[in-house]
Ligand binder design. Structure first.
Ligand code: MG
Length: 384
């Protein structure tokens, strides 16, 4: 939704945040890759940051603010996995070929020549894969430990994605598995990078359950939010075990409003299960820059879940949080107190939107209570 005059009067603090954000965006000519194709005006590293800004503006902002020791590592990590995801998402590639590309993708980081053209459903994704040797060139300059983490994550994610090709997501267990492969693995890989860098405690890399939840919470939020867009593209990520309780087909949810909202709220409640684990993870982070990098996507996710909870619009269009609210969250998420405040505020908003009649109401309240009193939740007993 564009920021307009009505928003200016309704949310004046968001307008200020938006204005400040303009100056924080990674700027300069490096972002302009329109002049870049086959000429070598940009160095490989400049290319990586320029394409990062194209394929994910929000991650680009948080990655650019990371400590120098890990900034390039995480930029490359993101681009390698974005390359892999671009292949997963391109349904024009026959299933068998796509499977093979996914399974072997991790090896490309060791082949200085590897590129592929015409793959990807947007110009920017195609540009990334057509110039993949530039990502590889930066990858090969990284410390061996970082290379191993990136490569291992890519191998495991590629194998997971390949195992889901041609397979529908039936059970909630399938759904959790899929989210683990495509996002939980990223959380686990990031924790390893933080520990190896020495910027975070050595033990952080062993917190696989919490790291996994960080990724899963974001992934489930995206999967729920993208219902409409995915349906148009014939992509189905909502588990049949959930939607099957409310409709005959996933697409039918658009025509049966009451059941559709109950289904949507069931999906959001399922995602909220992970919120407490994300708070527990963030409590372990010591470095301020790494904290912001980890926390900003989480506060965005819970705000998105509140926006889409009980919101029938989700079935007909893309529902997003206001740009001004996003800018405010980016600027104001500095420490654990800020995160707790947002989670509490959003939890209360969700509770206000919830109805006692909703069949998942009790469960939702339980998750919201955990978020409100994280100190009283003992993770080991409750979740592992
Ligand atoms: Mg994908």
């Amino acid at each position: 939704m564009p920021f307009n005059l009505i928003h200016l009067f309704k949310y004046p603090d968001e307008f200020t945040a938006l204005y400040k954000m303009k100056f924080l965006q990674p700027g300069g000519s490096v972002n302009d890759i329109s002049s870049f194709t086959n000429n070598h005006k940009l160095s490989d590293l400049q290319f990586c940051y320029a394409i990062l800004n194209k394929v994910s503006r929000s991650f680009s902002t948080v990655i650019c603010q990371l400590p120098t020791e890990i900034r390039d590592v995480i930029c490359v990590f993101y681009l390698v996995l974005r390359g892999l995801d671009t292949i997963e998402d391109d349904f024009r590639i026959p299933a068998e070929k796509r499977k093979k590309l996914l399974l072997n993708f991790y090896q490309n980081s060791f082949d200085p020549q590897w590129t592929i053209s015409g793959v990807g459903d947007s110009k920017d994704y195609q540009l990334l894969l057509e110039n993949y040797q530039r990502v590889t060139s930066i990858f090969q300059g990284l410390k061996r430990e970082y290379q191993e983490i990136i490569s291992q994550t890519c191998q495991e994610m590629g194998a997971g994605m390949a195992s889901f090709i041609g397979k529908e997501i039936h059970s909630v267990e399938d759904y959790n598995h899929y989210c683990h492969f495509v996002a939980g693995k990223v959380g686990i890989g990031l924790s390893k990078i933080f520990s190896v860098s020495g910027l975070e405690h050595e033990e952080l890399q062993n917190e696989t359950e919490l790291s996994n939840s960080m990724g899963i919470f974001l992934q489930k939020t995206n999967i729920i939010r993208d219902y409409h867009e995915d349906l148009i593209l014939n992509r189905k990520f909502w588990p049949q075990e959930i939607w099957g309780k409310y409709a005959d087909t996933l697409g039918d949810l658009r025509y049966k409003e009451f059941d559709a909202l109950a289904c949507l709220n069931h999906m959001v409640t399922d995602a909220m299960k992970h919120a407490i684990l994300c708070l527990k993870y963030l409590e372990l982070i010591q470095n301020k820059m790494i904290f912001q990098f980890c926390a900003i996507p989480q506060v965005m996710a819970i705000s998105t879940l509140v926006e889409i909870y009980n919101n029938a619009q989700l079935f007909y269009r893309n529902v997003k949080i206001r740009k001004g609210l996003a800018a405010k969250l980016i600027l104001n998420t500095q420490n654990m107190n800020d995160v707790r405040e947002v989670f509490l505020e959003m939890g209360n908003k969700m509770l206000k939107k919830a109805s006692l009649k909703d069949s998942n109401f009790q469960l939702l309240v339980r998750y919201l209570c955990q978020v409100a009193n994280p100190d009283k939740v003992r993770i080991k007993e409750e979740f592992l």
